[in-house]
Structures are given as structure tokens and as C-alpha cells.
Design a protein around this ligand. Structure first.
Ligand code: FE
Length: 342
């Protein structure tokens, strides 16, 4: 088989696998800096290579370390793509100058406007809702919106993560965007006054606190709960029926959403391949792998959710622009410090 006919065979195969929106043959490499580490991502990368012939070289690490590394490498950085989670962190990467604006008709069409950076430096590829969970045995009238978490009737009952965590920062930034700085500050003060314990642990620990009895009300990203439905998470799955779920603010702005996403590196040596990779992530099949691998909601609205996520039911999502929300992070940090939210 000649090289040309081999190439066209592969291009046809990729069209069949990925659907009409993505079938481009290109040679070369792609250097991916990623803080994602899910088994399903392996399939994602090998499908991309099969479809395009582009080899993916991966460097994995913690998000903030990858951003620092890109900053230190400067114009000599081999990074083509940064993949990470949370709007606050993607905005941190943008502000550090390690991303660049790109032009892609496919991304504009597939990814909803509120899940994109206003300058096209980052795009969301999956979504998670940050919602309220409660102990069904102890709480008869759970808070139905974020504002109510500050209600004195929940004194000594609320568990939450620390303010240094990006999820906390983006949630308060969204409250600032929706309700203003003053309301956000009195909310944060009220939640601190209701703490059952000093902020500690990750999202799974907030859920474990509900089954252990230490907490009555807590906040977690949806995927930690969905994961415990799908597979055994110690200290959680066996008692998960004790936990009630509230998608907050359904009569108002809707549940607070965050994302997992990425952007093209500022000095990407393989910029065209990098854009192709992001466009591939927006294809139907990649959307399913990308979201299902971490029990998340796809970013592309027409793509169905995975089985574990479907169990959470349907809800109204806050469609506020996450790019606007991210700009409030410094104000959120200031409020956390002022109210003593550790
Ligand atoms: Fe997480």
C-alpha cells in the first residue's frame, strides 16, 4: 500500500469513528500538559492518534505545577495544550500568559458561549454542578438555594472545603456575579457562622461527613456523588442512601456550574495540531469519553450523559458566563479573608 492510499484509508476510518464534524489527517506531534488522570482518557488519546496520525506526548502533573512550568519554560516551552479543571484555574493560566487566543468555527459552534473564555483562550469540555447534599435523617427542610446555607437555622451543621480551593473560589465568584459583592460577603459570613467544623478535606470528605454524622449539610461537585453510585468509595457508597440531593436555586439562577477544560499554549510549536485536538474533544464520541470518565456532564448539549450521571436527574443550570465569573476571583479571595473562611 502506498503512503497516499494508506492515508486516505485512515482518513475514511476516522470519519466513520468520529462523525462528520471531525476527520482531518495531519502528521506530527502534540505535546499535552494535563492534570487529568482518568482511564477513559487513554482511549480518547489513542482514538485521536488513530484518526489523525498525530502522536500525543503527555506530561502529567498537578495543575498549578504545570502552569508554573509553562511560565518558567517561556517561549521555549514545548507545551501545545494545557488541560485542567476549574474556571478559576484556567483564568489563572490565562493571566499568567501561558495560553493564547484561537479561532475555531467548530469550537464556537459546539461549545456553549458561557463555557468559553471571552478571548477564546480556554474552552470547557465537560461540566460539573456544585450542589447541596444533606443528611436525610437529621434535616427535614434542607436549604433549597446557596443563599439559605447562611440561614442561622443551620448553625453548627454546614461543612465546606477551605477557601484556598478553586471550587470554593469559583462558587463565591459566581455568587458575586449573580448577587453583588455585598450580598456575597454577608453570605460568606453566614456560612462561616454555620460551620460544623473548620474547613477541611476534599469534596468526598464533605459527603463522608454527612454519613458519619459530623455534618448535616454540605456542598460537593456532582461527580464525587455520581462516582460513589457507580463504584465503591470507602466510607460513602454503602451509606449513600442516607444522603439527600438538592440542585439549588431552581426558581432563580439555577445550579452553579464549573468545568474541566483547556486551551492552546502561548508558544505552542504545533499550534494547528493543538486546535485540531480541541476540536476533536468537542466531537460526539470524545465528549462522551471526556465527561463519562469523571462522571461529568458533557459540554456539548446534544451529547447524552453517562449512566451514573443520569441517576442525578435533570435540573436547571446557571448559564452565567464563566469567563465573567472568573474575573471575580480576586474579590472572592478578599471576602474569604475578611470573614475568616479558612
Ligand atoms: Fe475534583
Amino acid at each position: 500500500m502506498s503512503l497516499n492510499s494508506k492515508i486516505s484509508t485512515l482518513a475514511l476510518a476516522s470519519a466513520a469513528v468520529l462523525g462528520g464534524s471531525f476527520a482531518v489527517w495531519a502528521e506530527g506531534e502534540l505535546n499535552l500538559y494535563s492534570s487529568r488522570h482518568y482511564d477513559t482518557d487513554e482511549r480518547l488519546y489513542s482514538d485521536f492518534t488513530d484518526a489523525t496520525g498525530i502522536t500525543i506526548n503527555r506530561i502529567e502533573g498537578k495543575a498549578d505545577e504545570l502552569i508554573a512550568r509553562m511560565e518558567a519554560e517561556g517561549a521555549n516551552s514545548p507545551a501545545d495544550i494545557l488541560l485542567t479543571v476549574d474556571t478559576s484555574r484556567l483564568e489563572r493560566a490565562k493571566n499568567a500568559g501561558v495560553l493564547q487566543s484561537i479561532d475555531s468555527a467548530i469550537l464556537e459552534e459546539r461549545i456553549p458561549a458561557n463555557l468559553q473564555d471571552s478571548d477564546n483562550q480556554w474552552f470547557g469540555f465537560s461540566q460539573r454542578a456544585r450542589i447541596i447534599f444533606y443528611d436525610k435523617a437529621d434535616v427535614q427542610d434542607p436549604p433549597m438555594d446557596y443563599v439559605s446555607l447562611a440561614d442561622p437555622k443551620y448553625k453548627g451543621q454546614v461543612c465546606h472545603r477551605s477557601s484556598s480551593n478553586v471550587y470554593s473560589q469559583t462558587l463565591l465568584s459566581a455568587i458575586i456575579e449573580n448577587h453583588g459583592e455585598e450580598a456575597a460577603k454577608s453570605w460568606a459570613q453566614g456560612v462561616v457562622d454555620n460551620f460544623a467544623r473548620e474547613p477541611e478535606g476534599g469534596d468526598t470528605d464533605q459527603l463522608r461527613g454527612l454519613v458519619s454524622g459530623e455534618c448535616d449539610v454540605s456542598i460537593s461537585n456532582t461527580y464525587y456523588f455520581a462516582r460513589a453510585l457507580r463504584k465503591d468509595v470507602s466510607g460513602l457508597s454503602s451509606d449513600i442512601d442516607k444522603i439527600g440531593v438538592v440542585f439549588p436555586a431552581q426558581d432563580a439562577e439555577g445550579a452553579h456550574m464549573n468545568l474541566s477544560g483547556g486551551g492552546v499554549a502561548a508558544h505552542a510549536p504545533n499550534k494547528e495540531n493543538a486546535i485540531k485536538f480541541l476540536e476533536y474533544l468537542a466531537s460526539d464520541q470524545a465528549q462522551q469519553y471526556f465527561s463519562a470518565g469523571n462522571d461529568e456532564f458533557p459540554a456539548v448539549p446534544s451529547v447524552p450523559v453517562s449512566e451514573s450521571v443520569a441517576k442525578l436527574g435533570s435540573y436547571k443550570a446557571d448559564d452565567v458566563s464563566l469567563s465573567d465569573v472568573a474575573k471575580n476571583v480576586p474579590a472572592a479571595q478578599k471576602i474569604f479573608n475578611e470573614v475568616g473562611w479558612k
